[in-house]
Ligand binder design. Sequence first.
Ligand code: SAM
Length: 345
Amino acid sequence: MAASRKLASFRLPPLPTVGELIKLYNLRAEKQLSQNFLLDLKLTDKIVRQAGSLRDAHVCEVGPGPGGLTRSIVNAGAADVLVVEKDTRFIPGLKLLSEAAPGRLRIVHGDILTYRMDRGFPETISKPWEGDPPNLHVIGNLPFSVSTPLIIKWLENIANRTGPFIYGRTRLTLTFQKEVAERLTASTGSKQRSRLSIMAQYLCTVRNCFTIPGRAFVPKPEVDVGVVHFTPLVQSQIQQPFKLVEKVVRNIFQFRRKHCHKGVEKLFPEACRLELTQEMMQKADVDPTLRPTDLTIPQFRALVDAYAHFCTHEPSLLSYEFREELRLKHLARQRNKPVDTFMDK
Ligand code: SAM
Protein backbone atom coordinates (compact mmCIF):
# COMPACT_ATOMS: atom_id res chain seq x y z
CA MET A 1 0.00 0.00 0.00
CA ALA A 2 2.76 2.41 1.07
CA ALA A 3 4.73 1.38 -2.02
CA SER A 4 1.81 2.05 -4.32
CA ARG A 5 1.26 5.51 -2.77
CA LYS A 6 4.92 6.19 -3.42
CA LEU A 7 4.53 5.16 -7.07
CA ALA A 8 1.41 7.27 -7.57
CA SER A 9 3.20 10.38 -6.41
CA PHE A 10 6.21 9.67 -8.64
CA ARG A 11 7.13 12.53 -10.94
CA LEU A 12 9.88 12.43 -13.48
CA PRO A 13 13.08 14.25 -12.50
CA PRO A 14 14.04 17.32 -14.57
CA LEU A 15 14.65 16.24 -18.17
CA PRO A 16 15.22 18.06 -21.44
CA THR A 17 11.81 19.19 -22.74
CA VAL A 18 10.27 17.15 -25.58
CA GLY A 19 11.12 20.03 -27.94
CA GLU A 20 14.76 19.97 -26.75
CA LEU A 21 14.90 16.18 -27.21
CA ILE A 22 13.64 16.56 -30.77
CA LYS A 23 16.47 19.01 -31.46
CA LEU A 24 19.05 16.98 -29.51
CA TYR A 25 18.41 13.79 -31.50
CA ASN A 26 17.50 15.61 -34.71
CA LEU A 27 14.04 13.98 -34.77
CA ARG A 28 12.53 15.71 -37.76
CA ALA A 29 8.96 14.44 -38.29
CA GLU A 30 8.83 12.06 -41.26
CA LYS A 31 5.98 13.17 -43.51
CA GLN A 32 5.86 9.71 -45.08
CA LEU A 33 5.17 8.18 -41.64
CA SER A 34 2.55 10.89 -40.89
CA GLN A 35 4.40 11.91 -37.76
CA ASN A 36 2.80 14.81 -35.87
CA PHE A 37 4.07 15.40 -32.37
CA LEU A 38 2.42 16.76 -29.26
CA LEU A 39 4.84 18.95 -27.30
CA ASP A 40 2.38 20.57 -24.89
CA LEU A 41 2.40 18.46 -21.74
CA LYS A 42 -0.87 20.03 -20.50
CA LEU A 43 -2.52 18.56 -23.58
CA THR A 44 -0.87 15.13 -23.20
CA ASP A 45 -1.96 15.16 -19.51
CA LYS A 46 -5.52 15.85 -20.69
CA ILE A 47 -5.42 12.90 -23.11
CA VAL A 48 -4.09 10.63 -20.38
CA ARG A 49 -6.83 11.75 -17.95
CA GLN A 50 -9.44 10.37 -20.41
CA ALA A 51 -8.15 6.86 -19.65
CA GLY A 52 -9.23 7.19 -15.98
CA SER A 53 -6.91 6.54 -13.04
CA LEU A 54 -3.54 5.13 -14.10
CA ARG A 55 -2.39 4.60 -10.52
CA ASP A 56 -0.21 1.46 -10.47
CA ALA A 57 -1.51 0.63 -13.93
CA HIS A 58 0.08 -1.34 -16.74
CA VAL A 59 -0.02 0.69 -19.94
CA CYS A 60 0.85 -0.10 -23.52
CA GLU A 61 1.57 3.12 -25.36
CA VAL A 62 1.53 2.80 -29.12
CA GLY A 63 3.83 5.09 -31.13
CA PRO A 64 5.50 7.08 -28.31
CA GLY A 65 7.71 9.05 -30.73
CA PRO A 66 9.61 11.72 -28.78
CA GLY A 67 7.72 10.72 -25.63
CA GLY A 68 5.41 13.61 -24.65
CA LEU A 69 2.42 11.35 -23.99
CA THR A 70 4.78 8.83 -22.34
CA ARG A 71 5.83 11.43 -19.77
CA SER A 72 2.19 12.15 -18.91
CA ILE A 73 1.49 8.41 -18.51
CA VAL A 74 4.46 7.98 -16.17
CA ASN A 75 3.52 11.12 -14.21
CA ALA A 76 -0.03 9.78 -13.80
CA GLY A 77 1.39 6.97 -11.66
CA ALA A 78 1.52 4.04 -14.10
CA ALA A 79 3.73 1.30 -12.66
CA ASP A 80 4.62 -0.45 -15.92
CA VAL A 81 4.63 1.34 -19.27
CA LEU A 82 5.41 -0.68 -22.37
CA VAL A 83 6.00 1.50 -25.42
CA VAL A 84 5.94 0.10 -28.96
CA GLU A 85 7.70 2.32 -31.50
CA LYS A 86 8.43 1.52 -35.13
CA ASP A 87 10.93 4.30 -35.88
CA THR A 88 14.41 3.57 -34.45
CA ARG A 89 15.30 7.28 -34.30
CA PHE A 90 13.14 7.64 -31.18
CA ILE A 91 14.72 4.82 -29.19
CA PRO A 92 17.66 6.84 -27.64
CA GLY A 93 15.27 9.57 -26.38
CA LEU A 94 12.96 6.92 -24.95
CA LYS A 95 15.94 5.26 -23.21
CA LEU A 96 16.70 8.57 -21.53
CA LEU A 97 13.13 8.65 -20.26
CA SER A 98 13.39 5.04 -19.12
CA GLU A 99 16.53 5.86 -17.08
CA ALA A 100 14.64 8.69 -15.40
CA ALA A 101 11.84 6.28 -14.39
CA PRO A 102 13.78 3.17 -13.36
CA GLY A 103 11.94 -0.12 -13.84
CA ARG A 104 8.80 1.55 -15.12
CA LEU A 105 9.36 1.96 -18.84
CA ARG A 106 9.94 -0.93 -21.24
CA ILE A 107 10.81 -0.12 -24.83
CA VAL A 108 9.89 -2.35 -27.76
CA HIS A 109 11.17 -1.47 -31.19
CA GLY A 110 8.42 -2.94 -33.37
CA ASP A 111 5.24 -2.55 -35.36
CA ILE A 112 2.02 -2.38 -33.34
CA LEU A 113 0.12 -4.04 -36.19
CA THR A 114 2.07 -7.26 -35.60
CA TYR A 115 3.20 -6.90 -31.97
CA ARG A 116 1.86 -9.71 -29.74
CA MET A 117 0.40 -7.73 -26.87
CA ASP A 118 -1.00 -10.94 -25.42
CA ARG A 119 2.59 -11.73 -24.41
CA GLY A 120 3.52 -8.25 -23.20
CA PHE A 121 2.07 -8.33 -19.67
CA PRO A 122 1.97 -10.81 -16.78
CA GLU A 123 -1.02 -13.16 -16.73
CA THR A 124 -1.61 -12.18 -13.09
CA ILE A 125 -3.13 -8.85 -14.15
CA SER A 126 -6.02 -10.64 -15.90
CA LYS A 127 -9.58 -10.03 -14.74
CA PRO A 128 -12.63 -12.14 -15.63
CA TRP A 129 -14.49 -10.68 -18.60
CA GLU A 130 -17.65 -10.25 -16.52
CA GLY A 131 -15.77 -8.36 -13.79
CA ASP A 132 -14.18 -4.91 -13.69
CA PRO A 133 -11.68 -4.11 -16.46
CA PRO A 134 -8.07 -5.05 -15.68
CA ASN A 135 -5.64 -2.33 -14.60
CA LEU A 136 -4.24 -2.31 -18.13
CA HIS A 137 -4.71 0.50 -20.63
CA VAL A 138 -3.77 0.98 -24.24
CA ILE A 139 -3.07 4.61 -25.06
CA GLY A 140 -1.78 6.12 -28.28
CA ASN A 141 -1.50 9.01 -30.65
CA LEU A 142 -0.90 7.12 -33.87
CA PRO A 143 -0.85 8.18 -37.52
CA PHE A 144 -4.37 7.99 -38.96
CA SER A 145 -3.21 5.45 -41.53
CA VAL A 146 -2.48 3.06 -38.64
CA SER A 147 -5.18 3.91 -36.10
CA THR A 148 -8.13 2.93 -38.33
CA PRO A 149 -6.88 -0.57 -39.38
CA LEU A 150 -5.68 -1.05 -35.80
CA ILE A 151 -9.07 -0.32 -34.22
CA ILE A 152 -10.73 -2.74 -36.68
CA LYS A 153 -8.20 -5.41 -35.69
CA TRP A 154 -8.72 -4.67 -31.98
CA LEU A 155 -12.52 -4.76 -32.33
CA GLU A 156 -12.15 -8.27 -33.77
CA ASN A 157 -9.80 -9.08 -30.86
CA ILE A 158 -12.51 -7.88 -28.43
CA ALA A 159 -15.08 -10.15 -30.08
CA ASN A 160 -12.67 -13.11 -29.79
CA ARG A 161 -11.05 -12.05 -26.47
CA THR A 162 -7.60 -12.23 -27.98
CA GLY A 163 -4.64 -9.80 -28.24
CA PRO A 164 -4.86 -7.05 -25.58
CA PHE A 165 -8.16 -8.59 -24.44
CA ILE A 166 -6.82 -11.87 -23.13
CA TYR A 167 -6.38 -9.89 -19.90
CA GLY A 168 -10.09 -8.94 -19.81
CA ARG A 169 -11.91 -5.81 -20.92
CA THR A 170 -8.78 -3.70 -21.52
CA ARG A 171 -9.64 -0.04 -22.10
CA LEU A 172 -8.34 1.93 -25.07
CA THR A 173 -7.70 5.67 -25.38
CA LEU A 174 -6.70 6.54 -28.93
CA THR A 175 -6.59 9.46 -31.33
CA PHE A 176 -8.26 9.49 -34.75
CA GLN A 177 -8.88 11.96 -37.49
CA LYS A 178 -11.84 14.03 -36.18
CA GLU A 179 -14.26 12.63 -38.81
CA VAL A 180 -13.35 9.05 -37.88
CA ALA A 181 -13.83 9.84 -34.16
CA GLU A 182 -17.29 11.17 -35.05
CA ARG A 183 -18.12 8.05 -37.04
CA LEU A 184 -16.99 5.77 -34.22
CA THR A 185 -19.37 7.46 -31.79
CA ALA A 186 -22.24 8.48 -34.12
CA SER A 187 -25.71 7.60 -32.86
CA THR A 188 -28.72 6.34 -34.82
CA GLY A 189 -29.99 8.92 -37.32
CA SER A 190 -26.84 11.03 -37.37
CA LYS A 191 -25.25 11.68 -40.73
CA GLN A 192 -21.89 10.30 -39.56
CA ARG A 193 -23.49 6.94 -38.72
CA SER A 194 -21.48 4.31 -40.60
CA ARG A 195 -20.13 0.78 -40.60
CA LEU A 196 -17.51 1.84 -38.03
CA SER A 197 -20.24 3.15 -35.63
CA ILE A 198 -21.99 -0.23 -35.56
CA MET A 199 -18.82 -2.33 -35.35
CA ALA A 200 -17.47 -0.26 -32.44
CA GLN A 201 -20.72 0.23 -30.56
CA TYR A 202 -21.96 -3.35 -30.64
CA LEU A 203 -18.80 -4.33 -28.77
CA CYS A 204 -17.89 -1.29 -26.67
CA THR A 205 -19.03 1.78 -24.85
CA VAL A 206 -17.42 4.43 -27.03
CA ARG A 207 -16.86 8.03 -25.92
CA ASN A 208 -15.68 10.91 -28.09
CA CYS A 209 -13.71 12.72 -25.37
CA PHE A 210 -12.56 15.95 -27.00
CA THR A 211 -11.15 17.42 -30.18
CA ILE A 212 -7.55 18.59 -30.51
CA PRO A 213 -7.13 21.32 -33.11
CA GLY A 214 -4.57 20.46 -35.78
CA ARG A 215 -2.50 23.50 -34.77
CA ALA A 216 -1.61 21.78 -31.46
CA PHE A 217 0.65 19.34 -33.37
CA VAL A 218 4.13 19.81 -34.77
CA PRO A 219 4.07 19.78 -37.74
CA LYS A 220 0.40 20.76 -38.09
CA PRO A 221 -1.68 18.06 -39.84
CA GLU A 222 -4.37 18.99 -42.39
CA VAL A 223 -7.14 17.91 -40.05
CA ASP A 224 -8.27 18.11 -36.42
CA VAL A 225 -7.95 15.11 -34.14
CA GLY A 226 -10.46 13.36 -31.87
CA VAL A 227 -9.58 11.47 -28.70
CA VAL A 228 -11.78 8.38 -28.30
CA HIS A 229 -12.14 6.08 -25.29
CA PHE A 230 -13.37 2.47 -25.63
CA THR A 231 -14.50 0.14 -22.85
CA PRO A 232 -15.45 -3.36 -24.08
CA LEU A 233 -18.98 -4.37 -23.05
CA VAL A 234 -19.46 -7.34 -20.72
CA GLN A 235 -21.96 -8.69 -23.22
CA SER A 236 -21.65 -7.64 -26.82
CA GLN A 237 -24.91 -6.37 -28.33
CA ILE A 238 -24.74 -8.85 -31.22
CA GLN A 239 -23.96 -12.44 -30.37
CA GLN A 240 -22.71 -13.70 -33.73
CA PRO A 241 -19.16 -14.19 -35.08
CA PHE A 242 -17.38 -10.90 -35.84
CA LYS A 243 -16.88 -11.73 -39.54
CA LEU A 244 -20.58 -12.44 -39.99
CA VAL A 245 -21.56 -9.17 -38.31
CA GLU A 246 -18.99 -7.33 -40.41
CA LYS A 247 -20.38 -8.85 -43.62
CA VAL A 248 -23.99 -7.87 -42.92
CA VAL A 249 -23.08 -4.36 -41.74
CA ARG A 250 -20.75 -3.79 -44.72
CA ASN A 251 -23.42 -4.90 -47.21
CA ILE A 252 -26.11 -2.73 -45.64
CA PHE A 253 -23.93 0.38 -45.58
CA GLN A 254 -22.76 0.01 -49.17
CA PHE A 255 -25.88 1.97 -50.21
CA ARG A 256 -26.01 4.34 -47.26
CA ARG A 257 -28.53 6.75 -48.85
CA LYS A 258 -30.89 4.04 -50.15
CA HIS A 259 -33.47 1.94 -48.32
CA CYS A 260 -31.72 -0.69 -46.22
CA HIS A 261 -33.23 -3.65 -48.13
CA LYS A 262 -31.00 -2.64 -51.10
CA GLY A 263 -27.87 -3.63 -49.18
CA VAL A 264 -29.53 -6.69 -47.63
CA GLU A 265 -30.34 -7.95 -51.15
CA LYS A 266 -26.63 -8.12 -51.93
CA LEU A 267 -26.14 -10.79 -49.28
CA PHE A 268 -27.90 -13.27 -51.57
CA PRO A 269 -27.18 -14.67 -55.05
CA GLU A 270 -29.42 -13.34 -57.78
CA ALA A 271 -31.56 -16.46 -58.10
CA CYS A 272 -33.00 -16.19 -54.57
CA ARG A 273 -32.25 -12.50 -53.87
CA LEU A 274 -35.71 -10.93 -53.67
CA GLU A 275 -37.38 -13.81 -51.91
CA LEU A 276 -34.72 -14.19 -49.19
CA THR A 277 -34.42 -10.44 -48.66
CA GLN A 278 -38.12 -10.18 -48.01
CA GLU A 279 -37.99 -13.15 -45.68
CA MET A 280 -34.97 -11.74 -43.82
CA MET A 281 -36.57 -8.32 -43.30
CA GLN A 282 -39.75 -9.96 -42.02
CA LYS A 283 -37.89 -12.35 -39.74
CA ALA A 284 -35.90 -9.43 -38.28
CA ASP A 285 -39.04 -7.27 -38.09
CA VAL A 286 -37.20 -4.33 -39.68
CA ASP A 287 -38.91 -1.83 -41.99
CA PRO A 288 -37.12 -2.32 -45.37
CA THR A 289 -37.57 1.37 -46.23
CA LEU A 290 -35.42 2.61 -43.33
CA ARG A 291 -32.04 4.06 -44.34
CA PRO A 292 -28.92 2.29 -43.02
CA THR A 293 -28.10 5.37 -40.89
CA ASP A 294 -31.50 5.07 -39.16
CA LEU A 295 -31.10 1.48 -38.00
CA THR A 296 -30.50 0.88 -34.30
CA ILE A 297 -28.05 -1.71 -33.00
CA PRO A 298 -30.93 -4.01 -31.87
CA GLN A 299 -32.20 -3.84 -35.47
CA PHE A 300 -28.75 -4.77 -36.76
CA ARG A 301 -28.72 -7.61 -34.23
CA ALA A 302 -32.08 -8.88 -35.55
CA LEU A 303 -30.81 -8.68 -39.14
CA VAL A 304 -27.53 -10.47 -38.36
CA ASP A 305 -29.42 -13.17 -36.40
CA ALA A 306 -31.80 -13.66 -39.34
CA TYR A 307 -28.90 -13.91 -41.79
CA ALA A 308 -27.08 -16.36 -39.50
CA HIS A 309 -30.25 -18.47 -39.48
CA PHE A 310 -30.25 -18.64 -43.30
CA CYS A 311 -26.54 -19.52 -43.29
CA THR A 312 -27.15 -22.42 -40.91
CA HIS A 313 -29.63 -23.87 -43.41
CA GLU A 314 -27.59 -22.97 -46.50
CA PRO A 315 -23.87 -22.75 -45.54
CA SER A 316 -22.82 -21.80 -49.10
CA LEU A 317 -24.34 -18.34 -48.40
CA LEU A 318 -21.48 -17.62 -46.03
CA SER A 319 -18.94 -17.43 -48.81
CA TYR A 320 -21.22 -15.55 -51.22
CA GLU A 321 -19.87 -12.05 -51.96
CA PHE A 322 -21.83 -9.82 -54.32
CA ARG A 323 -18.74 -7.77 -55.27
CA GLU A 324 -16.79 -10.92 -56.05
CA GLU A 325 -19.64 -12.09 -58.30
CA LEU A 326 -19.55 -8.72 -60.10
CA ARG A 327 -15.79 -8.97 -60.53
CA LEU A 328 -16.03 -12.47 -62.03
CA LYS A 329 -18.84 -11.41 -64.37
CA HIS A 330 -16.73 -8.46 -65.49
CA LEU A 331 -13.72 -10.72 -66.12
CA ALA A 332 -15.87 -13.16 -68.08
CA ARG A 333 -17.19 -10.31 -70.23
CA GLN A 334 -13.62 -9.14 -70.86
CA ARG A 335 -12.53 -12.64 -71.91
CA ASN A 336 -15.38 -12.91 -74.41
CA LYS A 337 -14.31 -9.70 -76.13
CA PRO A 338 -12.07 -9.92 -79.21
CA VAL A 339 -8.45 -10.17 -78.06
CA ASP A 340 -7.28 -6.86 -79.53
CA THR A 341 -10.06 -4.91 -77.73
CA PHE A 342 -9.04 -6.56 -74.48
CA MET A 343 -5.36 -5.75 -75.08
CA ASP A 344 -6.20 -2.15 -75.98
CA LYS A 345 -7.76 -1.55 -72.57
N1 SAM B 1 3.03 9.83 -29.44
C1 SAM B 1 3.84 10.87 -30.04
C2 SAM B 1 3.23 12.22 -29.78
O1 SAM B 1 2.05 12.26 -29.44
O2 SAM B 1 3.93 13.22 -29.93
C3 SAM B 1 4.08 10.63 -31.51
C4 SAM B 1 2.86 10.69 -32.38
S1 SAM B 1 3.12 10.43 -34.09
C5 SAM B 1 1.54 10.93 -34.72
C6 SAM B 1 2.97 8.68 -34.31
C7 SAM B 1 4.08 7.83 -33.79
O3 SAM B 1 3.74 6.48 -34.05
C8 SAM B 1 5.43 8.07 -34.44
O4 SAM B 1 6.41 8.06 -33.46
C9 SAM B 1 5.58 6.89 -35.39
O5 SAM B 1 6.93 6.55 -35.65
C10 SAM B 1 4.86 5.80 -34.62
N2 SAM B 1 4.34 4.72 -35.46
C11 SAM B 1 3.82 4.82 -36.70
N3 SAM B 1 3.40 3.62 -37.13
C12 SAM B 1 3.66 2.74 -36.15
C13 SAM B 1 3.47 1.34 -36.01
N4 SAM B 1 2.91 0.63 -36.98
N5 SAM B 1 3.86 0.74 -34.86
C14 SAM B 1 4.42 1.48 -33.87
N6 SAM B 1 4.64 2.80 -33.96
C15 SAM B 1 4.27 3.43 -35.07
